[in-house]
Design a protein around this ligand. Sequence first.
Ligand SMILES: Nc1ncnc2c1ncn2[C@@H]1O[C@H](COP(=O)(O)OP(=O)(O)OP(=O)(O)O)[C@@H](O)[C@H]1O
Length: 335
Amino acid sequence: MSLAELPFALLPERHPVAAEFIVALALPPAAPGASVGQWLAGLPDEALFDAGMQREQLLDHLERLVAEVRALAEATDERIDSLTLLGGRDKQGHAENRELVFHAGEIVCIVGPTGSGKSRLLADIECLAQGDTPTGRRVLVNGAEPPAERRYAPDRKLVAQLSQNMNFVVDLSVRELIEMHARCRMVADPEGMALTVIACANALTGEKFAADTSVTQLSGGQTRALMIADAALLSASPVVLIDEIENAGVDRKRALDLLVGGAKIVLISTHDPLLALRGARRLVIRNGGIAEVLDTSAAERRNLERIERLDATLMGIRERLRAGLRIEETLTWAE
Ligand SMILES: Nc1ncnc2c1ncn2[C@@H]1O[C@H](COP(=O)(O)OP(=O)(O)OP(=O)(O)O)[C@@H](O)[C@H]1O
């Protein structure tokens, strides 16, 4: 059925963006039972004049809007089961000689000294490098070279990157911002989704915030928590890259659980043992190249449990300091 034949009453359900466009132009709704074409034919000239549109142009506009929305939905719904990283060369030009495959639901950590090339590796994945970055690495999607439009069209990005700083250029409430994102993603219930994302973000951070808080008033930790919850629940990107989440006042364990729950590939650059040992494996970067790939061993997993207990004790001390209490008892680390 063409758009002109569609009953006008079905427009909000079938093509919500087109329905919103009509509301935004302040055009009057159709008589009961009318199709979109009949509505268009019956629109008073002055309403069209006020909207700055001609009759034929309006149908053309609506049809293009519907087609674009459909193309966008098809592009972002494509499943990513794996990313393959084909090695390039380190800063000295030595070949990496590696082929690594990352699967959906996997956490991969990237460790290495300052300046060794961790961010470069994330950037190679972000731009789906094809031998055209300083490292010469290549990235395959589901085992094949990604088409060029994948790399360059911003609305078809596979990768959501959570960077260290997030500056908001608009002054919206948290609820408005996330609802806006949900609408762009064509989520069925944007209001409900916004509340879910906010509740999740609040579960990740010690300092809770209200839905009506302005985004510019969020602390660093709150912003981070919001971006993580948004990336986990609302982002269509099947790959999430994180450049450090330590020291941001975020519950890192929960954040990772949330992110991998959505069958995403999570790559995280970190020196935090809590995060580095939670991944199935970690890439050791030296001198711009992947020097080693370490699978997390059984002994390391056992140590992770100890480190988690240590971290819980430290968090408890932090909470007490925050509450203005003294820390005077002799501290012991229970095993
Ligand atoms: N294989 C490579 N060939 C050439 N240049 C490289 C290579 N890998 C990294 N570099 C360059 O080295 C510099 C440092 O790399 P990068 O910023 O990725 O380090 P980092 O490990 O993230 O550092 P930090 O921990 O301080 O954030 C960058 O300019 C980067 O482009």
